[in-house]
Design a protein around this ligand. Structure first.
Ligand SMILES: Nc1ncnc2c1ncn2[C@@H]1O[C@H](COP(=O)(O)OP(=O)(O)OP(=O)(O)O)[C@@H](O)[C@H]1O
Length: 357
C-alpha cells in the first residue's frame, strides 16, 4: 500500500532515491561508494548528476536499471521499488528505461537498422512492426540515409545517434545517459545535446544524465546534483547552482568552464589590498531580464566615463540568460558608494575581486 504522499511523490518524479547507500567489498574492508542519497528526478525533466571521476555517478545510475543493488535504501522507478523485482520484472524495467553510453555499445556485426531493431527483436516484435518502429526512429535522429551502414562506417556522433534511436525503440519513459558525449568533439557534443533536448520536449521523456562536464549540464539540464565521494553536496535548479554555487566542489567544477577564469593580465596585477589612488576590480553577475537591459551604458552614466570594462560574457544556463562583466573603477569612498547603490537598484550581484593600480 502506498500512502497519499508517496503516490504524489511517484506522480511528480520518475525516479526516487531514498536513503541509498552502496558499499563494495567484504564487511571488514568494504568501500562506501554512495552514502545517504535522497534525491528525486522530476518527471519530464532533464536532470544532471555531476562529479569528478570516482565520485559514484556510474554506481548511482546503474541502480536505476537494476545493474547494481543498493546496500540499503530504495530506488523507485515509476512507482516500483527496483529491489523488489524478479528477473522478469527487471527485464520489463529495462524495456521502460533506455540507456546510452560513452562508447555507444553498438554491435559491430549489425547495421544501424539492425542495432535499433535489436531490443524489439528481443521483445518479440514481428518484422513488420519492427520496420514500422525503426524507420521513424532513424528519421528522428537524422540517419535514414545510413540505415544499412555498419558502426565502423559511422562517425562518433552518428554512432551515438544510433545509440539514442536504439534506446528509444521500446518507447521508454526514462532515458539514462552515462557520459554519452564524453568521447565526442565539442561540435558533435552540441548536436547530440540538441537532439536529447528535442526528444525530451517532444516526447516528455525524462532524462537522467551523468557527466563530468559542466558544459553538458549547463547546456541542457533543468536540475542538477553535485556528487562528491558518494555524497550529494549540492542540488537545485541548474541556473541557481551555477549562478550561486555554495559548495567548494561545485565551485571547483565551475572554475573549469570557459569564461570563468580571470583574464591573465588581470590575474597578474590583482592585489588583495587597496593602494593609494588605485582602482577596485569587480565582477558583476546579471541574471534573467537584467541580462537584456543596456546595463553598460547606464553604468557609464552613473560612474562617469572613468570605468574600464576588462572582460564580459553573456551566456545561457538552462535556457535563461546570464552574464558576467568585470569592471574596474576608482576605489574612493564616493565612487564605491555610488556603484553599490547602482548594483542594488538594478538587482546585480557584485563581487570585489581585488585592486589594481
Ligand atoms: N564493482 C565494484 N567493486 C568495487 N568498487 C567499485 C565497484 N564499482 C565502483 N567501485 C568504486 O566505487 C567508486 C565510485 O565509482 P563510480 O564508477 O560510480 O564513479 P564515477 O563517478 O562514475 O567515476 P567515473 O567517472 O570515473 O566512471 C570508485 O571509487 C570505484 O572504484
Amino acid at each position: 500500500m502506498h500512502s497519499d504522499s508517496s503516490n504524489a511523490a511517484n506522480a511528480a518524479n520518475t525516479v526516487l532515491f531514498e536513503g541509498i547507500s552502496k558499499r563494495f567489498g567484504a564487511e571488514d574492508k568494504s568501500f562506501t561508494a554512495l552514502d545517504a542519497i535522497d534525491f528525486a528526478v522530476a518527471r519530464g525533466s532533464i536532470t544532471g548528476i555531476i562529479g569528478r571521476s570516482g565520485a559514484g555517478k556510474s554506481t548511482l545510475i546503474r541502480l536505476v536499471n537494476g545493474l547494481e543493488r543498493p546496500t540499503s535504501g530504495k530506488v523507485i522507478v515509476d512507482g516500483v521499488n527496483v529491489s523488489d523485482l524478479d528477473e522478469a520484472g527487471l527485464r520489463a524495467l529495462r524495456r521502460s528505461v533506455g540507456m546510452i553510453f560513452q562508447h555507444f555499445n553498438l554491435l559491430s556485426s549489425r547495421t544501424a537498422f539492425g542495432n535499433v531493431a535489436l531490443p524489439l527483436e528481443i521483445a518479440g516484435y514481428d518484422k513488420e512492426a519492427i520496420r514500422g518502429r525503426v524507420e521513424p526512429l532513424l528519421d528522428l535522429v537524422g540517419l535514414s540515409d545510413k540505415r544499412d551502414r555498419y558502426p565502423a562506417e559511422l562517425s562518433g556522433g552518428q554512432k551515438q545517434r544510433v545509440g539514442i534511436a536504439r534506446a528509444l525503440a521500446t518507447q521508454p519513459k526514462l532515458l539514462l545517459s552515462d557520459e554519452a558525449t564524453s568521447a565526442l568533439d565539442p561540435e558533435t557534443t552540441q548536436s547530440i545535446l540538441e537532439l536529447l533536448k528535442r526528444i525530451n520536449a517532444e516526447f516528455g521523456l525524462t532524462v537522467l544524465l551523468i557527466t563530468h562536464e559542466m558544459e553538458v549540464v549547463k547546456a541542457i539540464t533543468s536540475d542538477v546534483a553535485v556528487i562528491d565521494e558518494g555524497i550529494i553536496v549540492e542540488r537545485g535548479h541548474t541556473f541557481d547552482v551555477f549562478t550561486r554555487p555554495q559548495h567548494p566542489t561545485t565551485r571547483a567544477l565551475l572554475a573549469g568552464l570557459p569564461g570563468s577564469k580571470l583574464p591573465a593580465a588581470l590575474a597578474f596585477t590583482l592585489r588583495p589590498q587597496k593602494t593609494a589612488g588605485g582602482r577596485v576590480a569587480v565582477r558583476i553577475t546579471f541574471f534573467g531580464r537584467t541580462a537584456e537591459q543596456p546595463l553598460i551604458s547606464r553604468l557609464i552614466q552613473t560612474l562617469g566615463s572613468d570605468i574600464n570594462i576588462i572582460a564580459g560574457t553573456v551566456d545561457e544556463i538552462g535556457g535563461e540568460p546570464y552574464g558576467s562583466l568585470i569592471i574596474a573603477y576608482a576605489a574612493d569612498d564616493a565612487t564605491i558608494a555610488n556603484a553599490d547603490k547602482f548594483f542594488e537598484a538594478n538587482g546585480l550581484v557584485a563581487e570585489v575581486l581585488g585592486y589594481v593600480s
